[in-house]
Design a protein around this ligand. Structure first.
Ligand code: FES
Length: 234
């Protein structure tokens, strides 16, 4: 969703008296910088070059907060009604791209905030070929305590102890150039708790204060198996 679209929705709703897509009292999208997603050679990432079912990682809205970028290879559900742990409600608009199959989510597990590091990742998208007895196909599964999320429905919780969906990263697809942008987040952000819990680790991995630095222009997208040495598959 684009910022201007959001404004248009609110303006139209005000003119007609109808409820906007994000009604008063609901959680609103939080817009950060509009950041272009680029490949490892710093060239604009083309959405059509994404491999369906592959785990890609980028950082947004801060240098130390990892996110998943996924092409699910199938249309996503639109306007999914979701709730955060503290009762905030919001409507996830669906994926972007020609088939609405491309989605972005914070890769910080909503349970105890397991996240992909350069050394290891317990959380990843599992399509059919990488699913197992404990992880259903086509889900984001965290092997720490088996929280499971449905990326085609706003990362709603399918199982395990996670108390809320993964925070969604709002993406924009430019159809003319086939490029992708991250523009904000929607849902239960956990960034403050994440920075507090992993302050020491993040300082080692990213440098003092750098993890909290907002990304302002572009973010590099990397395959998870290249970003991280070991993927735990349960
Ligand atoms: S941290 Fe992911 S399930 Fe506990």
């Amino acid at each position: 969703m684009q910022r201007r679209d959001f404004i248009k929705i609110c303006a139209a709703a005000a003119a007609t008296g109808a409820q906007p897509a994000f009604a008063a009292g609901d959680l609103k999208p939080r817009f950060y910088s509009r950041v272009q997603l680029v490949d490892e050679s710093r060239q604009p990432l083309r959405a059509s070059r994404l491999a369906a079912g592959e785990n890609y990682v980028f950082h947004y809205p801060f240098e130390g907060t990892p996110c998943f970028l996924l092409d699910l290879g199938r249309p996503t559900v639109r306007n999914v009604q979701l709730k955060t742990e503290d009762g905030g409600s919001y409507s996830w608009p669906g994926g972007v791209g020609p088939n609405r199959a491309i989605v972005g989510y914070s890769a910080i597990c909503a349970h105890r905030m397991s996240y992909p590091t350069r050394q290891i990742s317990f959380i990843s998208y599992r399509e059919k070929s990488t699913a197992s007895k404990v992880s259903r196909p086509n889900t984001i599964h965290c092997c720490s305590e088996h929280s499971e999320y449905d990326p085609a429905s706003g990362a709603r919780v399918l199982g395990g102890p996670a108390p809320q969906p993964l925070s969604a990263i709002l993406l924009e697809h430019d159809g003319a150039t086939d490029t992708l942008y991250a523009i904000g987040t929607l849902g239960g952000e956990m960034f403050n708790a994440f920075f507090a819990k992993f302050e020491f680790r993040l300082a080692l991995d990213y440098g003092p204060e750098r993890a909290r630095k907002r990304i302002s222009d572009r973010s590099v997208v990397t395959r998870l198996d290249l970003f991280c040495k070991q993927q735990v598959r349960c």
